[in-house]
Ligand binder design. Structure first.
Ligand SMILES: Cc1cc2nc3c(=O)[nH]c(=O)nc-3n(C[C@H](O)[C@H](O)[C@H](O)COP(=O)(O)OP(=O)(O)OC[C@H]3O[C@@H](n4cnc5c(N)ncnc54)[C@H](O)[C@@H]3O)c2cc1C
Length: 385
């Protein structure tokens, strides 16, 4: 088990209390309606939690990576849809943390101090896993860039105040022409398209963003022209563990729900049959291993050690665990499971394996890292024996 500081334990406890008071009582309602829970933002104001990743000098809470993961696990436990709202806002802030100037940070982070949210627009209809295939453009004219293009499946897009948007400033250069911009809500030509109907995380908002001749000040360019893909990849490295944290929360909730059911259905007795007991044990093993994998990656990040491989591993493992544990919990509870809130945990788990880079893509990343550190060939292998 990770050893948490007193401060981390206090923050974790505060998150549990917020989730019990605000998130859990509202989760089923917003899952059913698919509406965005504005009340979540209002209720978050006193704690300033939407500024948890904002550095102290910009007025934020400045939580380290492990502490952010503790909060997100609790939000995932309560409702992975509402947790996604917080995670996606932090995702967009990560780009600004990576590449923003102090002035850009001050402007971008200001709304978060008022429980407003940010959004990260990379994906396009023809560019998901292959983000480099994006066709959105940004043409420089004087001291502005003019952005055109369509972004799709963008979390928080309909309710964000600020956005990080990727567009190509030099299409002939391909991926090396992609640049990142801060775009503010309300600019002429920047509109919200279709809102997506979703299988899970239905309390989160997922939309199309339409950019038609949107004039963005040149001072909103993040980093230099052509650095967009590098910024996007670094951002996703930083942000993927947030998905792992939500996943651990879902898995823990599914397990707790299943255990509560066992107690109610077989009072005073263990689950009938060793096979079922062993399944419960396996679920517990998976949840604990997932949490440890996540915390290890966060401790590396907090120590300033490279953690790209560990980021991919924890996102993949924890989301696979959420899917497996929630599905097993449904099976163990039989028809009670199939007709209970466990269905939401299964539905919410699926997207964890897809967004912020699918688990197939993560496996490519992990295998490349493994192959790059392959042990030197033995003399016999070199001799072809
Ligand atoms: C609810 C939701 C929220 C989202 N939020 C955001 C957001 O806030 N910002 C944003 O920019 N995007 C967001 N996305 C987009 C999401 O990150 C992409 O959908 C995801 O990266 C996968 O892209 P794709 O859907 O185009 O799948 P595709 O790239 O079409 O992939 C389809 C399948 O092929 C596999 N595949 C593709 N290429 C390879 C390969 N080279 N090797 C092996 N397998 C491969 C994939 O793993 C997948 O199984 C969101 C999506 C959803 C559904």
């Amino acid at each position: 088990m990770s050893i948490l500081s007193q401060e981390q334990k206090a923050i974790q406890q505060a998150a549990k209390e917020f989730v019990a008071k605000v998130i859990i009582p509202n989760a089923a309602k917003f899952d059913k309606s698919g509406e965005f829970p504005m009340l979540l933002l209002e209720a978050s104001k006193p704690s300033n939690i939407f500024a948890m990743a904002v550095p102290k000098e910009f007025g934020g809470l400045n939580y380290d990576a492990l502490t952010q993961a503790l909060v997100l696990e609790e939000w995932g436990y309560g409702c992975a849809g509402m947790g996604t709202t917080l995670a996606a806002s932090v995702l967009s802030m990560d780009s600004v943390l990576i590449a923003g100037t102090d002035e850009q940070k001050r402007r971008y982070f200001k709304p978060m101090l008022n429980a407003e949210i940010g959004s990260f627009g990379l994906t396009e209809p023809g560019a998901g896993s292959d983000a480099a295939a994006g066709t959105a453009t940004a043409v420089k004219k004087g001291d502005e860039y003019i952005l055109n293009g369509t972004k799709c499946w963008i979390t928080n897009g309909g309710f964000a105040t600020v956005y990080v948007i990727f567009a190509n400033t030099d299409p002939a250069a391909g991926v090396k022409g992609i640049s990142a911009f801060i775009v503010e809500r309300g600019l002429p030509g920047f509109t919200i398209g279709t809102t997506d109907h979703k299988l899970g995380i239905r309390a989160s908002n997922t939309v199309e963003l339409l950019l038609k001749d949107v004039h963005v000040p040149a001072t909103n360019l993040l980093g230099k022209e052509g650095e967009g893909m590098k910024i996007a990849m670094k951002t996703l490295d930083m942000a993927r563990p947030a998905i792992a944290a939500l996943s651990v929360g879902i898995a823990q909730r599914a397990l707790d729900t299943c255990v509560a059911h066992v107690h109610a259905r077989f009072p005073g007795k263990p689950f009938p049959g060793q096979t079922l007991q062993f399944k419960l044990a396996d679920m517990q093993i998976l949840v604990e291993a997932a949490r440890e994998t996540l915390h290890q990656a966060m401790q590396l990040r907090d120590a300033g050690v490279p953690y790209s491989k560990e980021s991919a591993i924890c996102k993949t493992f924890c989301s696979d665990v959420a899917m497996q544990v929630s599905a097993t919990a449904v099976s163990l509870m039989g028809s009670y499971g199939y007709t209970s809130e466990l269905g939401k945990y299964m539905r919410d788990s699926k997207i964890m394996q897809i967004y912020e880079g699918t688990n197939q893509i993560q496996r490519l990343v992990i295998s490349r890292a493994v192959l790059a550190h392959a042990p030197a060939a033995s003399a016999a292998q070199k001799a072809g024996k």
